[in-house]
Design a protein around this ligand. Structure first.
Ligand code: NAP
Length: 246
Protein backbone atom coordinates (compact mmCIF):
# COMPACT_ATOMS: atom_id res chain seq x y z
CA UNK A 1 0.00 0.00 0.00
CA UNK A 2 1.27 3.48 -0.85
CA UNK A 3 2.17 5.33 2.34
CA UNK A 4 1.30 9.01 2.64
CA UNK A 5 4.52 10.80 3.45
CA UNK A 6 4.31 14.43 4.55
CA UNK A 7 7.80 14.66 6.02
CA UNK A 8 9.37 18.06 5.44
CA UNK A 9 5.93 19.69 5.09
CA UNK A 10 4.60 22.30 7.50
CA UNK A 11 0.85 22.32 8.19
CA UNK A 12 -1.30 24.88 10.00
CA UNK A 13 -4.59 23.54 11.37
CA UNK A 14 -7.01 26.04 12.88
CA UNK A 15 -9.46 24.95 15.56
CA UNK A 16 -7.13 22.11 16.50
CA UNK A 17 -7.71 21.97 20.27
CA UNK A 18 -10.41 19.30 20.01
CA UNK A 19 -12.85 17.49 17.71
CA UNK A 20 -12.25 17.39 13.97
CA UNK A 21 -9.29 19.80 14.01
CA UNK A 22 -7.36 17.76 16.58
CA UNK A 23 -8.00 14.53 14.62
CA UNK A 24 -6.75 16.23 11.44
CA UNK A 25 -3.60 17.44 13.18
CA UNK A 26 -2.94 13.94 14.55
CA UNK A 27 -3.36 12.36 11.09
CA UNK A 28 -1.05 14.90 9.42
CA UNK A 29 1.56 14.52 12.18
CA UNK A 30 1.40 10.71 11.92
CA UNK A 31 2.14 11.11 8.18
CA UNK A 32 5.29 13.04 9.12
CA UNK A 33 4.21 16.67 8.80
CA UNK A 34 5.30 19.37 11.21
CA UNK A 35 1.97 20.58 12.58
CA UNK A 36 1.07 23.98 13.99
CA UNK A 37 -2.07 23.82 16.11
CA UNK A 38 -4.24 26.91 16.52
CA UNK A 39 -7.33 27.67 18.61
CA UNK A 40 -8.33 30.61 20.81
CA UNK A 41 -7.39 28.61 23.90
CA UNK A 42 -4.95 25.77 23.50
CA UNK A 43 -2.72 24.21 26.09
CA UNK A 44 0.89 23.21 25.34
CA UNK A 45 0.07 19.92 27.09
CA UNK A 46 -1.87 18.82 24.02
CA UNK A 47 1.50 18.13 22.38
CA UNK A 48 1.93 15.07 24.63
CA UNK A 49 -1.15 13.44 23.06
CA UNK A 50 0.61 13.13 19.70
CA UNK A 51 2.07 9.71 18.85
CA UNK A 52 5.63 9.05 17.97
CA UNK A 53 8.92 10.42 19.15
CA UNK A 54 9.39 12.20 15.84
CA UNK A 55 6.11 14.17 15.99
CA UNK A 56 6.83 17.85 15.43
CA UNK A 57 4.00 19.74 17.08
CA UNK A 58 3.74 23.46 17.83
CA UNK A 59 0.97 25.43 19.48
CA UNK A 60 0.00 28.93 18.35
CA UNK A 61 -3.08 30.37 20.06
CA UNK A 62 -5.07 33.08 18.30
CA UNK A 63 -8.56 34.08 17.22
CA UNK A 64 -8.98 33.52 13.45
CA UNK A 65 -11.81 36.06 13.52
CA UNK A 66 -9.28 38.82 14.20
CA UNK A 67 -7.29 39.87 11.11
CA UNK A 68 -4.29 40.99 13.22
CA UNK A 69 -4.15 37.59 14.92
CA UNK A 70 -4.19 35.86 11.53
CA UNK A 71 -1.34 38.08 10.31
CA UNK A 72 0.64 37.27 13.45
CA UNK A 73 0.01 33.53 13.03
CA UNK A 74 1.45 33.48 9.53
CA UNK A 75 4.36 35.78 10.51
CA UNK A 76 5.30 33.44 13.36
CA UNK A 77 5.16 30.40 11.06
CA UNK A 78 7.42 32.20 8.59
CA UNK A 79 9.96 33.17 11.23
CA UNK A 80 10.02 29.69 12.82
CA UNK A 81 9.63 27.37 9.82
CA UNK A 82 10.23 29.57 6.75
CA UNK A 83 7.50 27.73 4.86
CA UNK A 84 3.87 26.62 4.87
CA UNK A 85 2.72 23.69 2.74
CA UNK A 86 -0.70 22.82 4.13
CA UNK A 87 -3.43 25.05 5.57
CA UNK A 88 -6.54 23.47 7.06
CA UNK A 89 -9.21 26.08 7.77
CA UNK A 90 -11.18 24.10 10.31
CA UNK A 91 -11.99 26.58 13.13
CA UNK A 92 -15.71 27.17 13.35
CA UNK A 93 -18.57 27.98 15.68
CA UNK A 94 -22.27 27.22 15.46
CA UNK A 95 -24.91 29.19 17.35
CA UNK A 96 -28.31 27.79 16.38
CA UNK A 97 -31.23 30.24 16.67
CA UNK A 98 -34.61 30.58 14.99
CA UNK A 99 -35.05 33.46 12.55
CA UNK A 100 -36.14 36.49 14.57
CA UNK A 101 -34.01 35.44 17.54
CA UNK A 102 -30.57 35.82 15.96
CA UNK A 103 -28.50 38.47 17.72
CA UNK A 104 -26.12 40.89 16.01
CA UNK A 105 -23.34 39.29 18.01
CA UNK A 106 -24.25 35.82 16.67
CA UNK A 107 -24.07 37.17 13.13
CA UNK A 108 -20.78 39.01 13.61
CA UNK A 109 -19.00 36.25 15.56
CA UNK A 110 -20.12 33.45 13.25
CA UNK A 111 -19.26 35.25 10.02
CA UNK A 112 -15.95 36.57 11.41
CA UNK A 113 -14.82 33.15 12.62
CA UNK A 114 -16.22 30.83 9.97
CA UNK A 115 -15.88 32.95 6.84
CA UNK A 116 -13.82 36.15 7.22
CA UNK A 117 -11.18 34.12 9.10
CA UNK A 118 -10.94 31.68 6.20
CA UNK A 119 -10.57 34.54 3.70
CA UNK A 120 -7.86 36.25 5.77
CA UNK A 121 -5.99 32.99 6.19
CA UNK A 122 -6.16 32.11 2.49
CA UNK A 123 -4.85 35.58 1.70
CA UNK A 124 -1.92 35.54 4.16
CA UNK A 125 -1.02 31.86 3.80
CA UNK A 126 -1.05 31.84 0.00
CA UNK A 127 1.73 34.45 -0.05
CA UNK A 128 3.93 32.08 1.94
CA UNK A 129 2.81 29.03 -0.03
CA UNK A 130 3.50 30.68 -3.38
CA UNK A 131 7.23 29.91 -2.89
CA UNK A 132 6.79 26.16 -3.41
CA UNK A 133 3.07 25.47 -3.86
CA UNK A 134 0.75 23.94 -1.31
CA UNK A 135 -2.65 22.61 -0.39
CA UNK A 136 -5.47 24.48 1.33
CA UNK A 137 -8.37 22.46 2.74
CA UNK A 138 -11.40 24.34 4.01
CA UNK A 139 -13.99 22.77 6.29
CA UNK A 140 -17.49 23.56 5.04
CA UNK A 141 -20.60 21.50 5.91
CA UNK A 142 -23.56 19.76 4.30
CA UNK A 143 -25.50 22.66 5.84
CA UNK A 144 -23.63 25.05 3.50
CA UNK A 145 -25.09 23.33 0.45
CA UNK A 146 -28.45 22.16 1.78
CA UNK A 147 -29.34 24.53 4.65
CA UNK A 148 -30.92 23.56 7.97
CA UNK A 149 -33.67 25.14 10.07
CA UNK A 150 -32.27 27.21 12.93
CA UNK A 151 -28.92 27.59 11.18
CA UNK A 152 -29.35 30.70 9.02
CA UNK A 153 -26.01 32.32 9.85
CA UNK A 154 -24.01 29.08 10.11
CA UNK A 155 -25.39 27.89 6.75
CA UNK A 156 -24.51 31.24 5.14
CA UNK A 157 -20.96 31.03 6.51
CA UNK A 158 -20.49 27.45 5.28
CA UNK A 159 -21.97 28.28 1.85
CA UNK A 160 -19.54 31.19 1.75
CA UNK A 161 -16.68 28.75 2.29
CA UNK A 162 -17.77 26.81 -0.79
CA UNK A 163 -17.69 29.99 -2.90
CA UNK A 164 -14.35 31.01 -1.41
CA UNK A 165 -12.90 27.56 -2.14
CA UNK A 166 -14.00 27.66 -5.78
CA UNK A 167 -12.76 31.23 -6.34
CA UNK A 168 -9.42 30.63 -4.60
CA UNK A 169 -8.84 27.38 -6.49
CA UNK A 170 -9.19 29.23 -9.81
CA UNK A 171 -6.88 32.06 -8.81
CA UNK A 172 -4.18 30.07 -6.99
CA UNK A 173 -3.80 27.09 -9.34
CA UNK A 174 -1.21 29.00 -11.38
CA UNK A 175 0.91 29.29 -8.23
CA UNK A 176 0.77 25.55 -7.61
CA UNK A 177 -1.64 25.95 -4.71
CA UNK A 178 -4.60 23.56 -4.67
CA UNK A 179 -7.74 24.60 -2.80
CA UNK A 180 -10.42 22.09 -1.85
CA UNK A 181 -13.05 21.71 0.86
CA UNK A 182 -14.63 18.93 2.83
CA UNK A 183 -18.32 19.07 3.68
CA UNK A 184 -18.89 16.91 6.76
CA UNK A 185 -22.36 15.68 7.67
CA UNK A 186 -23.19 14.84 11.29
CA UNK A 187 -19.94 14.19 13.17
CA UNK A 188 -19.84 13.33 16.89
CA UNK A 189 -17.98 16.23 18.54
CA UNK A 190 -18.64 18.87 21.22
CA UNK A 191 -20.34 20.98 18.53
CA UNK A 192 -23.03 18.41 17.71
CA UNK A 193 -23.38 17.26 21.34
CA UNK A 194 -24.85 20.71 22.04
CA UNK A 195 -27.71 19.98 19.60
CA UNK A 196 -29.07 17.27 21.92
CA UNK A 197 -30.20 13.64 21.61
CA UNK A 198 -33.43 14.33 19.74
CA UNK A 199 -31.61 16.02 16.85
CA UNK A 200 -29.05 13.20 16.85
CA UNK A 201 -31.70 10.47 16.57
CA UNK A 202 -33.57 12.36 13.82
CA UNK A 203 -30.37 13.07 11.88
CA UNK A 204 -29.13 9.48 12.03
CA UNK A 205 -32.24 8.44 10.09
CA UNK A 206 -31.02 10.47 7.12
CA UNK A 207 -27.55 8.90 7.02
CA UNK A 208 -27.30 6.08 4.46
CA UNK A 209 -24.38 4.37 6.21
CA UNK A 210 -26.45 4.30 9.41
CA UNK A 211 -24.09 5.94 11.85
CA UNK A 212 -22.77 9.33 12.87
CA UNK A 213 -19.36 10.26 11.52
CA UNK A 214 -16.23 10.44 13.62
CA UNK A 215 -13.61 13.16 13.63
CA UNK A 216 -11.21 10.57 12.16
CA UNK A 217 -13.59 9.97 9.21
CA UNK A 218 -13.18 13.64 8.30
CA UNK A 219 -9.45 13.67 9.09
CA UNK A 220 -8.76 10.86 6.61
CA UNK A 221 -10.48 12.81 3.82
CA UNK A 222 -8.46 15.91 4.73
CA UNK A 223 -5.25 13.84 4.75
CA UNK A 224 -5.98 12.79 1.17
CA UNK A 225 -6.64 16.39 0.06
CA UNK A 226 -3.56 17.67 1.89
CA UNK A 227 -1.22 15.08 0.39
CA UNK A 228 0.18 14.43 -3.08
CA UNK A 229 -2.34 11.60 -3.56
CA UNK A 230 -4.70 14.42 -4.60
CA UNK A 231 -2.04 16.27 -6.64
CA UNK A 232 -4.42 16.71 -9.62
CA UNK A 233 -7.48 17.63 -7.54
CA UNK A 234 -8.44 21.24 -6.96
CA UNK A 235 -11.66 23.23 -6.65
CA UNK A 236 -13.58 20.24 -5.23
CA UNK A 237 -16.02 19.98 -2.34
CA UNK A 238 -15.76 16.48 -0.91
CA UNK A 239 -18.78 15.31 1.09
CA UNK A 240 -17.86 13.30 4.20
CA UNK A 241 -21.37 12.52 5.36
CA UNK A 242 -22.05 8.78 5.16
CA UNK A 243 -24.53 9.31 2.35
CA UNK A 244 -26.55 12.08 4.00
CA UNK A 245 -26.45 14.04 0.75
CA UNK A 246 -26.44 12.08 -2.51
P1 NAP B 1 -15.67 21.84 18.03
O1 NAP B 1 -15.47 20.54 18.71
O2 NAP B 1 -16.55 22.86 18.64
O3 NAP B 1 -14.20 22.48 17.77
C1 NAP B 1 -14.09 23.76 17.20
C2 NAP B 1 -12.64 24.17 17.23
O4 NAP B 1 -12.53 25.48 16.67
C3 NAP B 1 -12.06 24.24 18.64
O5 NAP B 1 -10.70 23.87 18.61
C4 NAP B 1 -12.19 25.73 18.98
O6 NAP B 1 -11.27 26.07 20.01
C5 NAP B 1 -11.85 26.33 17.62
N1 NAP B 1 -12.30 27.71 17.42
C6 NAP B 1 -13.55 28.22 17.57
N2 NAP B 1 -13.54 29.53 17.33
C7 NAP B 1 -12.27 29.87 17.00
C8 NAP B 1 -11.63 31.08 16.66
N3 NAP B 1 -12.32 32.25 16.58
N4 NAP B 1 -10.31 31.07 16.39
C9 NAP B 1 -9.58 29.91 16.47
N5 NAP B 1 -10.15 28.72 16.79
C10 NAP B 1 -11.47 28.71 17.07
O7 NAP B 1 -16.22 21.63 16.55
P2 NAP B 1 -16.00 20.44 15.46
O8 NAP B 1 -17.26 19.69 15.39
O9 NAP B 1 -14.71 19.76 15.65
O10 NAP B 1 -15.96 21.36 14.14
C11 NAP B 1 -14.78 21.64 13.40
C12 NAP B 1 -15.21 22.24 12.07
O11 NAP B 1 -16.02 21.30 11.37
C13 NAP B 1 -16.05 23.52 12.20
O12 NAP B 1 -15.69 24.42 11.18
C14 NAP B 1 -17.46 23.01 11.98
O13 NAP B 1 -18.30 24.01 11.50
C15 NAP B 1 -17.22 21.94 10.97
N6 NAP B 1 -18.27 20.94 10.86
C16 NAP B 1 -18.58 20.17 11.94
C17 NAP B 1 -19.60 19.22 11.79
C18 NAP B 1 -19.99 18.31 12.92
O14 NAP B 1 -20.95 17.55 12.73
N7 NAP B 1 -19.31 18.30 14.04
C19 NAP B 1 -20.28 19.08 10.57
C20 NAP B 1 -19.92 19.90 9.52
C21 NAP B 1 -18.91 20.83 9.66
P3 NAP B 1 -11.50 27.39 20.94
O15 NAP B 1 -12.95 27.39 21.32
O16 NAP B 1 -10.56 27.22 22.09
O17 NAP B 1 -11.11 28.55 20.09
Amino acid sequence: MQRIDLSGRVALITGASRGIGLAIAQRLAAAGATVVLNARTIDEEIIATFDGPQAQVFVLPGDVGEPEAVGQLIKTIFSRHKRLDILVNNAGIMRPAPIGMISDDDIAQTLDTNLAGVIHLIQSASRLMARSGGSIVNVSSVVGAKGAAGQLVYAASKAGIIGATLAASKELAQKGIRVNAVAPGYIDTDMTAKLGDEVRVQTLKSIGLGRAGTAEDVADAVLFLASDLSRYVTGQILGVDGGMVI
